[in-house]
Design a binder for this molecule. Structure first.
Ligand code: 5GP
Ligand code: ZN
Length: 146
């Protein structure tokens, strides 16, 4: 894997050790460290050790390398605390999607109860969709693979 850094990027500085972090796992390809916010206890970020702004910038090799490590790190975070009953893995891309640090990262958010401090809302808009509407969106997306 190439290791390209952006001098102005806070997560690149964490990779280089210029900013401290509570690292829980690292190897040549990825670093996993506690999110400063600790949305729920154990909230961990997994980042590639090369500067890539968001999911849209990954090539298949980088994706294979980084994604392959996530289940292993997720298991370690879960197994570290018997009170953890589940986990949301979240990857924000773009400001509108709540991305605030533009070095791609995956949030591993341990879940304890449905009353803990993590919420995610998928509104069900299916009542507003008919076959034609689904098919039009399907065709628009499929056409991008050509
Ligand atoms: P995003 O909003 O881009 O999906 O997530 C960025 C995350 O990075 C936030 O949850 C925020 O708490 C975390 N964060 C920002 N700056 C730092 C930092 O200096 N150290 C650590 N450990 N986490 C940070
Ligand atoms: Zn970076």
């Amino acid at each position: 894997m190439t290791h390209d850094y952006d001098d102005d990027c806070i997560f690149c500085k964490i990779i280089k050790g210029e900013i401290p972090s509570y690292t829980v796992y690292e190897d040549d390809d990825v670093k996993a460290f506690l999110d400063i916010s600790q949305g729920t206890p154990g909230h961990t970020l997994v980042i590639p050790k090369t500067h890539v702004p968001d999911i849209f910038a990954y090539d298949a090799d980088l994706a294979a390398t980084v994604f392959a490590k996530i289940p292993m790190i997720a298991r370690a975070v879960r197994d570290a605390n018997p009170a953890i009953n589940g986990m949301n893995i979240v990857n924000n891309n773009g400001e509108v999607a709540y991305q605030s640090v533009f070095h791609s990262h995956f949030h591993l958010v341990p879940r304890y109860t449905d009353q803990d401090d993590f919420k995610m809302l998928f509104k069900d808009n299916s009542a507003n969709y008919d076959d034609a509407k689904y098919a039009a969106i399907q065709a628009q997306i499929q056409a991008q693979f050509n």
